[in-house]
Design a protein around this ligand. Structure first.
Ligand code: NAI
Length: 320
């Protein structure tokens, strides 16, 4: 319908767009008028090998449908070259979907340094390299939208995924920090934790469930979060099979101990139930500033205000 959100003249970079979610995003954005840089080095699930055809096939499909797209075959670790592809082809870069990923699932006991490094590199470092190269361009344009692809495994942790979970949780902190730094320049950054049928999940879920988890059912949220009309930033959303939820931190009311000799491990043990119970009143801090547990102590109030009574960040800067 005419009310549908359009992306005409917007340039979108989708990493890891040769299949799965990235392919679904690319087709979707192109169908809404965007120019799409379809990045994929065409590796296997574990990051082995490479082939240009994965990205080419998606570009062909977009062009056949009348859309505009270019293929890019760089490893996300060469993010600056992916951004260069976008600039050469289209002269700007509006939206980055950091989506490329690999798995090296192993029990932590059996995980090698390479398993750890490879996964951190593709997910976290790759997102860093692309976003870093595009950042000055987005600032200058006074427009940018960034998506970081996290995962439920990153939020909650998961058996056999210490490397993947570390990378995926890191992307949330990365996104939240960019949200602070980008807002003034109309750059919004959000993290999503999707659940969708792809080669990543094909072996771990039964077919009936996979059928309900189409990658196409992730695109509407990603498109909304990257549209020029949204001011949403620093968010974390879980999404799958048409269910979309927002997530935030929750703190307990906690216990205020006397800061003297009586504050011992045994004292902590005696009141640990109260420290960790979410049954009582709870807090929902959304920034370091909101994390006002320090405010429970008079002395801490002095630590968090300067002589003029202005509130300070922990790094000593005045909160704006
Ligand atoms: P997929 O394996 O189909 O897609 C990942 C793509 O990234 C592949 O086409 C691969 O060639 C590409 N890629 C891998 N390393 C690359 C590199 N160094 N440079 C450029 N491209 C590279 O998997 P899927 O499911 O579409 O995953 C997309 C993203 O969503 C990943 O970040 C994944 O961790 C995340 N995710 C997916 C979930 C799901 O249920 N499918 C669950 C949670 C997160």
């Amino acid at each position: 319908s005419s009310a549908d959100l359009r992306f005409d003249n917007r340039v979108v970079v989708v990493s890891g767009a040769g299949g799965g979610l990235g392919k679904a995003y690319s087709l979707f954005f192109a169908s809404r008028g965007a120019k799409v840089v379809v990045n994929d080095l065409g590796s296997g699930l574990k990051g082995e090998g490479s082939s240009a055809s994965a990205a080419d096939l998606v570009v062909d499909e977009i062009k056949k449908a009348g859309g505009d797209a270019v293929a890019d075959y760089h490893n996300v670790l060469e993010g600056e070259k992916i951004v260069e592809t976008a600039m050469k082809a289209y002269g700007r870069i509006d939206i980055i979907i950091n989506n490329a990923g690999i798995l090296r699932d192993k029990s932590f006991k059996s995980m090698t340094d390479k398993d750890w490094d490879d996964v951190l590199n593709v997910h976290l470092h790759g997102a860093y390299k692309i976003t870093k190269a595009a950042w000055p361009i987005m600032r200058k344009q006074k427009f940018g939208r960034v998506i970081m692809t996290s995962s439920a495994a990153g939020i909650y942790g998961n058996f056999g995924q210490a490397n993947y979970a570390a990378a995926k949780q890191a992307l949330i902190g990365f996104s939240n920090s960019l949200a602070y730094e980008g807002f003034k320049y109309n750059i919004m950054s959000n993290a999503i934790a999707p659940l969708a049928a792809s080669r990543m999940t094909a072996t771990v879920m039964p077919q009936e469930i996979l059928d309900a988890l189409k990658p196409e059912f992730i695109a509407p949220l990603v498109a909304y979060l990257t549209h020029e009309s949204t001011k949403q930033t620093g968010g974390l959303f879980e999404i799958g099979a048409g269910v979309v939820t927002a997530h935030r931190w929750q703190g307990t009311e906690g216990v205020v101990f006397k800061a003297d000799d009586s504050f011992t491990p045994a004292a902590v043990k005696a009141r640990f139930g109260e420290i960790s119970s979410f049954d009582g009143p709870t807090t929902y801090p959304t920034s370091m500033k909101d994390n006002d547990w320090l405010g429970k102590l008079e002395v801490a109030k002095k630590l968090t205000t300067n002589k003029k009574g202005e509130e300070l960040r922990f790094d000593g800067k005045v909160v704006v």
